[in-house]
Design a protein around this ligand. Structure first.
Ligand code: SF4
Length: 212
């Protein structure tokens, strides 16, 4: 399920992304084509934060990481660790639910070439902050990629120089909480072996130890 922190479907804080949304609505009227809200367990202790919806993934289906390669790897990995119930079928109405886990993005609208600019990341941080505030039980934040990491550090009010991004890095936060980093589970990163399935699973093994 989603929580009530989602931006308006017509959010206009980022003019470039609003224009791209309108273009996509014209060319693909059957797609979701709106800011994609977070999804998962409202009691989640693990929050996973990606970069932004993929054009033909979440922007098409309306659920984070659903319908493209990154989602295939992410949801298969979550299944292996018991963090999903039901079968992932790459569409928002597949009935799959997340256990103790919530998934969102640093930027809620699909950006051209999958590259948000700094002003867009900053503008959307209010919605990332709202996600965190609406999930008070969280213990671990998993940042998928450097942009998600940096936006989470800013959201937490911490200094970037104290929290260097690195795959597998575990950053201790106040109150026994953690910020954990992973390379993004994109097709590019797996095709180039920057991220292997074993590396990705290693991150989740470490996270689950911290949630015990
Ligand atoms: S990226 Fe975020 S802030 Fe920008 S238009 Fe979309 S929902 Fe609004």
């Amino acid at each position: 399920m989603s929580i009530s922190t989602a931006p308006s479907p017509d959010c206009d804080l980022c003019p470039r992304l609003k224009e791209f949304r309108h273009d996509n609505r014209a060319t693909e009227p059957g797609w979701f084509n709106a800011p994609v809200p977070g999804f998962g367990d409202p009691e989640a202790r693990l929050i996973i934060v990606g970069l932004a919806p993929g054009l033909k993934g979440a922007n098409r289906t309306g659920r984070p990481f659903t319908g493209d390669y990154a989602g295939d790897l992410l949801y298969a990995t979550l299944f292996k660790f018991g963090l999903t119930s039901g079968k992932y079928a790459a569409c928002a109405d597949d009935g799959m639910t997340l256990n103790d886990t919530f998934i969102t993005n640093a930027v809620k609208c699909v950006p051209p070439q999958n590259k948000p600019v700094g002003a867009e990341i900053k503008a959307c941080r209010r919605f990332l902050a709202a996600d965190l505030a609406a999930l008070p039980r969280w213990r671990v934040l998993l940042a998928l990629g450097r942009i998600a990491h940096n936006s989470l550090v800013a959201t937490l009010g911490e200094r970037q120089k104290d929290f260097a991004f690195g795959h597998g890095a575990m950053h201790r936060l106040d109150g026994g909480r953690w910020l954990v980093d992973s390379y993004h589970c994109s097709r590019y990163n797996t095709n180039t072996n920057r991220l292997t399935e074993a590396m990705f699973e290693g991150v989740f093994e470490a996270i689950l130890q911290r949630l015990d």
